[in-house]
Design a protein around this ligand. Sequence first.
Ligand code: M6R
Length: 607
Amino acid sequence: MCGIVGYIGDGDTVNILLESLRKLEYRGYDSAGMAIIDDKGKARIFKNEGEISELEAIVPEISSHVGIGHTRWATHGRPTTQNAHPHCSGNICVVHNGIIENYQELKSELISEGFVFISDTDTEVLAHLINKYYSDDLGLAVGTALGHVRGSYAIGVLSNEHPDELIAARKDSPLIIGLGKDENFIASDIPAILKYTNRIIYIDNLELISVKQGSVRVFDMEGNPVEKEEHIIEWDLEAAEKAGYPHFMLKEIHEQTRSIHETMTGRLHELEGDVNFGELGLDRNEIRQFQRIEIIACGTSYNAGLLGKYLFEGLAGIHTDVDTGSEFRYSSPVLAPSTLVIAITQSGETADTLAAVREAASYGCRTLAITNVVGSTISRDASHTIYTRAGPEIGVAATKSFTSQLVMLYLLAIHFARARSMMDADRARMLLSELRKIPGHVSRILEDAGTIHECASMFVKAKDYFFIGRNINYPVALEGALKLKEISYIHAEGYAAGELKHGPLALISKDVPVVAIAPQGHTYDKILSNIKEVTARDASVIAIVDCDDYCEIEKFADFVIPIPKTDEMLTPLLSSVVIQLLAYYTALELKCSIDKPRNLAKSVTVE
Ligand code: M6R
C-alpha cells in the first residue's frame, strides 16, 4: 500500500526520507521515489521501479532542507518508474496516497488546456491542477485544486518557489505530522518517523497543513485555522523491529502470549463475573436494547467476526450476521437503529470496512470499532471504539491481531450476555478465569513449535490443502486456509466439515492433506465422522485436538497436534496459533517471502 513521508529541517534530508520510506516497506509497494529542493533551489526528482535500495542507488549525495518521498502500490497504471511518485507539473511536485475518482474527466480538461501527461496515474492530475491554480500561494493553490477532486487523498506537496514550506492535506487516507526540534515531518504512518520523533499530530479529513521548519499550521478547506492536539506515542521503535526473529510473522506469533494478555489487561472482573468495559461507552440498558448485531470486516478480521457470530448468539442470545466490507457496502442492508454494527479492523484503515461503516451509520445505527491502531480512521468514524492493544503488526499476515480480536469478541460477548441476563456470574467467572490461562497455554504450543515444523515439512509438497472445522472451529478452518494460501501460495480451502459431502469431497484424494480442527466439544463426534470420510478417500489427516484425545485420534490421523485443555468455547484461541505456525513453517520450507507475500499489502486503503 502506498506510503508518504516528508521532511523539512537541517537534517540529512535524503537519508531521513530513505530511512522513513524503509519503515513503510511493510505496507507493501512496487516502486519508490522522492523530490527534494537542493541548496541551489533546484527541485531534484528521483524515482525507481522496485525496492527502496534501488532508489537509494540512484540518489546522489545532495544537501537539502526539504523533501517528500513515496512508496507506491499500483492502482492506476503499471508499477513502472514513469508511474512512480512524485508527479510534477511546472515547479510543483506531489506525492499521493488514495484514489482520485474523477481523474479521467479532470485529465481531459487539463489536456485541452495544454497540460501534458507523462504517466497513467490519477496523481498526475493533482500536480497539474495545483500548477493550474498556483499564482504565489502554494497552500491556496493546493486547497483550490482539492476543491475540484472527488475521491481519497493524503498528499505532500513542495515547490522550489517555496523551499521553506511543505504542504499536506488529507481526505479518507491517513496522514500524520511529526513534530521535531527545528524540524518537522509528514507521514502516512507512525513507524515511518518514530525514529525521529514521537510527538504526533493526527490530521483529520479535509484539513490542509503548512509545515515549515519551525511551525505547523493546520487549516480547514475554507482556510480557517484549526487547533490540533499533540499526542505522544509510547511505542518504541524496538517494538516495531524483528527482535532477533527471522521474520516479523514468527516474532508476532510468539508475541501472542503477551498480546493476548494485553488485550485482557484491566478488563477482566472475575469477582463480579463481568468485564470492565468503561471505554465502550454503552451501558447495560443500551446493550439490552440491541435486537441484532451486524459484524463487518475483511480478510482475517472477517474470520474473527465469524467467530463473533457464534459467541454473540451462543453466549448472549443475540442474532448476529457477518458480512465482508466489500459486499456490505453495495448490498441493501436491512438495518434499524436497534442494530449494533461492529466493525473489526486491525489497521483501522481498510477502505471497504470504512465505507461499510459509513453506510451503516447512515441508517442511524450505533457503530462499534474493534481496532488495533489508536487514532486510525475507524476510531474517528465509529461512534464507539475499543482497542485490541496487540501492538504494531508488521508482517502482512495477520497473527497476533487476530487472536486479540478473538479475545475482544469473547469479552464483548460475555459482557453482553451478563447485561442481557443470558449468563450467570458463575459461568462468566469460569470463562474469565479460563481466559486468563490462555497466554500460558499459548506458551506451551510455542514451546512445541518444532512438532508443527515437522508436520509442515512432511506435507510441503502438497498442491492443495483442506481445513475443516465445525461450529466455533469453522472460522479457524477458514483462517487456516487463508494463512496458508497467502504466505505459502499453496491452494487451500476452509470448509465447514459437514459441507464436504456436498461437493468438495470430490477433490479429496491421497495427495490432499486435510487439517481437522477437532478439539473436544459438542461437535466432536461429528468431526470424527468427517475425518473418517476423508481418510476413506486416502487423504492424509492432520488433526488439531485436545491433549487428552491424542491416543484416540492417532488411530485415524497421520499427524496429531495437541493443544492444552481449556473450555470448549475458548479452543479457537489455541488452534489459531497452531494453524499460524503450520502456515509459517510451510512457507519457510518453500522459501517464500513470508513477511511480504506477493500481490498483498498490509493495509488495504483503496477499494
Ligand atoms: O486491517 P484490517 O484488519 O481491516 O485488514 C483486513 C484484511 O486485509 C486483513 O485481515 C488480511 O486479510 C490479512 N492481512 C491476512 O493475513
